[in-house]
Design a protein around this ligand. Structure first.
Ligand SMILES: [Zn+2]
Length: 261
């Protein structure tokens, strides 16, 4: 396992943590799931006040570490986000497994630009750093991300249309990942250390880049979504077994009868 753990779809750390670090394993674990409240260690919150505490934390922008807390409500679920009707769909929503259509440019330019911007809003509200269109119930080949997870650093934002990975490094790294469609769980995933990608911007500009490290992890994770692949598919058997109880909970919470595992 690499010393560095990345965790993106997930949850950037709070400003206190951000000051200290960027990507050591311990800090990223906090950053991953569930912000750790910097003012108090609320891990012992397994009582009836837990939900209320979470709500309060949400209001103040801090979150309880759930590593030693019982899984509870979606403390990271942004619910209704101002300026968009989009909502993050959760496993086992069928959109996560459906085929995603290529975006046709320039025909869909306007729609896709708007969608991309709204997806960024939802992503920031969920404290994430990446989001793919199927995660908001739109089966199109579109992804957005911002490696900093900071909406003020909008220069780092990417809205990529019809992305492709044209080359993968053989060298791999195992890092901790989570996903906004799989709240309250995470696991280590092995991915290429670097990738070469091609994509389009919504305005039809060609993008050709090599990504490594953090951005490569985010890109590979979001790209998987566009192929109907989710990170639980890439977990080692042992890790998968560990998270299966949480997956079972998500399956139970899903209220349609069209769930796709
Ligand atoms: Zn994801």
């Amino acid at each position: 396992m690499s010393v560095i753990s990345t965790a993106f779809a997930l949850f950037v750390n709070n400003p206190h943590q951000r000051r200290h670090t960027t990507r050591s394993i311990t800090t990223t674990i906090q950053k991953t799931l569930y912000h750790s409240s910097s003012s108090s260690n609320t891990n012992t919150n397994n009582n009836n006040n837990y939900d209320e505490q979470q709500r309060n934390n949400y209001d103040t922008g801090t979150f309880t570490s759930l590593f030693s807390s019982p899984p509870s409500k979606e403390e990271i679920d942004p619910g209704v986000v101002e300026g968009t009707d989009l909502r993050i769909v959760k496993y086992p929503h069928p959109c996560l497994r459906a085929k995603n259509d290529e975006v046709i440019l320039p025909d869909e330019q306007e729609h896709i630009s708007k969608l991309g911007k709204e997806m960024l809003k939802v992503m920031y509200a969920a404290e994430g750093v990446g989001l793919a269109a199927p995660q908001v119930g739109v089966n199109k080949r579109l992804m957005v991300y911002n490696p900093t997870g900071d909406s003020k650093k909008w220069l780092e934002e990417k809205i990529l249309v019809n992305p492709k990975i044209v080359e993968f490094s053989e060298a791999k790294d195992e890092e901790m990942e989570g996903c906004l469609s799989f709240p309250q769980m995470n696991g280590e995933v092995n991915r290429s250390k670097w990738i070469k990608v091609e994509a389009m911007t919504p305005r039809g500009k060609k993008v050709k880049k090599k990504f490594k490290g953090w951005e490569a992890v985010i890109f590979q994770h979001e790209y998987d979504h566009l192929d109907g692949v989710v990170y639980i598919d890439r977990l080692a058997d042992e890790t998968r077994e560990k998270v299966q109880p949480r997956l079972n909970e998500l399956i139970e919470e899903y209220d349609g009868d069209d769930g796709a595992l």
